[in-house]
Design a protein around this ligand. Structure first.
Ligand code: FAD
Length: 545
């Protein structure tokens, strides 16, 4: 007997855990949630500052490597992705950002009915428990906590004051739709612990009889009969392949890199590529793996005048023990906060951008690469990224083996606007750093270094040191049927087949202006409603006939 469920969800990440909860809530449907990685038992997943510990842990992180990028001096980039319950929400930087009102209005204007800001706002409110005072834009009773950073830090305060002098207004809440401003971020933490979607959504649903969770199972492909989904092929830890069946639907939530991979392995993708790989074409879908967008972070590193940075706290066994004990007994201190506390949304090219075009992350620590060993000196980082890059990358299969990674080409800085924004954003970051009271706290610009001044030198720095800020999206984009590159419709159903949806960061037609976790949770909340509504209509139709 083959196992059969009403719904099969592929990937227990930011989106998958939300769906698993919502689709089992009314008790009517059986759901199987399948995750390639292990359970989220590693303690560093749950300690907010543990980000550095999971960044390169191959058991919990897919740790992809991109192809050499021709626009970035042929560099290859490390692309971490969560591989555990909670997916990337279990290893991310915890920043709680929705994006701009205009991001969603843009999705709506592209013909995606039901995706304007007004349409999405109820789901943003539904998903969150916000610790800021009640307001029309905020939710108070959702599963995911939006927690304001409790402790103030001299360096972050100085960054905020300096940015204000550079005409960036102070902002208390980045999540009203209008982000323009500088302030402290909110984080997806609760009581000093990370709130992944596994913690916020899956744990409360675990005991439900109608939910089955399979960890350490890799999904290979979706199975069809006459273009209708009937189930999936997967393998367990031992590599043994087997099939499970779906009565209603299969939902791909394997993330922006692996949902397209599963689609292609199932015969849905660019026909010529599939044929070249020897995969029978189920549906020609040229947009699968295309339209890849990401935020490129440019990190300016400063030596700090006083030993007040995380570098200092993480240097000796004694200081590490001190902050460890503080977290253990009070769930507070640097370990409870994560790495970036201050933030800003601003204009690098004010004459061209209608809404903020860059985002800053200010962290009271420094390292050669994000999540790497901190520097010996007292240091801080001003990271800046362009919010709506024009550059588009792509992905394709390298092998028909589902365990082999995709070939990823980010194509960062491949347009003139992106290059000009990068240069202007570094200049803006430098203006803030040289403004009081921040200027007095910074001893030296360690990177890029003040000898790099011309546009060409700054651009060369961006090419040599730019890196992902971990927001790949758009690789199975939502769009209208007449758009050949659209992979899913506005209900997130894959065009050309029946019973298959994609629900994760892949479906974003354009990358949102900010961090992507909360937008993905919103997408999954909305998708769950669509799926349940669809099933209700189907059942009614059956009852009538
Ligand atoms: C290091 C890092 C820092 C980040 N920082 C932030 C931040 O501070 N704030 C923010 O908002 N966003 C941040 N992000 C981005 C954000 O976390 C992601 O955009 C979001 O989690 C993506 O959700 P998803 O559901 O699309 O995919 P994921 O959460 O990545 O989930 C995909 C899941 O599918 C599983 N899977 C994949 N293939 C298969 C298969 N074949 N079979 C079975 N399972 C499979 C994966 O193991 C994974 O668990 C960060 C991301 C990273 C990696």
């Amino acid at each position: 007997m083959q196992e059969t469920y009403d719904y099969i969800i592929v990937g227990a990440g930011s989106a998958g855990c939300v769906l698993a909860n919502r689709l089992t809530e009314n008790g009517k449907y059986s759901v199987c949630l399948i995750e390639a990685g292990p359970a989220d038992k590693n303690i560093w997943i749950h300690i907010p500052i543990g980000y550095g510990k999971t960044m390169f842990n191959k058991k919990l992180n897919w740790g992809f490597e991109t192809q050499a990028d021709p626009h970035m001096n042929q560099r290859q980039f490390y692309w971490p992705r969560g591989k555990t319950l909670g997916g990337s929400s279990s290893i991310n930087g915890l920043i709680y950002i929705r994006g701009q009102k205009e991001d969603y209005d843009r999705w709506g204007a592209l013909g995606n009915e039901g995706w304007s800001w007004e349409d999405c706002l109820p789901y943003f409110r539904k998903l969150e428990s916000n610790d800021l005072p009640e307001a029309d834009t905020r939710g108070k009773h959702g599963p995911l906590s939006a927690t304001s950073i409790p402790a103030k830090h001299e360096l972050v305060d100085a960054f905020i004051h300096a940015a204000q002098k550079e005409h960036i207004p102070y902002i208390k809440d980045f999540n009203t739709g209008n982000q323009h401003g500088v302030g402290y971020y909110q984080l997806t933490t609760k009581n000093g612990l990370r709130q992944s979607t596994a913690v916020a959504y899956l744990n409360p649903a675990r005991q439900r009889m109608n939910l089955t969770i399979k960890t350490e199972h890799l999904v290979h492909r979706v199975l069809f009969k006459n273009k209708k989904v009937v189930g999936i092929e997967l393998s367990n830890k031992g590599g043994e392949p087997f099939v499970i069946r779906a009565n209603h639907e299969v939902i791909l939530s394997a993330g922006a890199i692996q949902s397209p991979q599963v689609l292609m392995l199932s015969g849905i993708g660019p026909a010529d590529h599939l044929q070249a790989m020897g995969i029978p074409v189920q549906q020609h879908a040229p947009g699968v793996g295309q339209n890849l967008q990401d935020h490129l972070q440019l990190r300016l590193i400063y030596e700090v005048a006083k030993p007040i940075t995380n570098n200092d706290q993480l240097r000796t066994v004694w200081s590490k023990s001190k902050i460890g004990l503080q977290w253990l007994f009070t769930r507070s201190g640097p370990l409870a906060i994560g790495i970036n506390q201050g933030g800003a949304f601003a204009y690098a090219l004010p004459k061209e951008a209608k809404t903020p075009d860059v985002q800053f992350h200010f962290g009271t620590l420094s390292a050669d690469q994000a999540g790497g060993q901190v520097h010996e000196f007292s240091g801080c980082t001003i990271s800046v990224c362009q919010l709506r890059p024009e550059s588009r990358g792509y992905m394709h299969l390298q092998s028909t083996n589902p365990a082999q990674p995709m070939a990823i080409q980010p194509n960062y800085l491949s347009t003139d606007l992106d290059r000009r924004t990068a240069v202007a954003s570094i200049r803006l970051a430098r203006r803030i750093a040289s403004t009081q009271p921040l200027a007095d706290l910074l001893v030296k610009e360690y990177r890029p270094g003040l000898d790099q001044q011309s546009d060409e030198e700054i651009l060369e720095f961006c090419r040599n040191y730019g890196a992902t800020i971990f927001h790949p999206a758009g690789t199975a984009k939502m769009g209208v049927e007449s758009d050949e590159m659209a992979v899913v419709d506005e209900q997130l159903r894959v065009y050309g087949v029946e019973g298959l949806r994609v629900v994760d960061a892949s479906i974003m037609p354009t990358l949102v202006s900010g961090n992507t976790n909360v937008p993905v949770v919103m997408i999954a909340e909305k998708a769950a409603d669509m799926i349940l509504q669809h099933q209700k209509t189907q059942s009614k139709n059956v009852a009538l006939t």
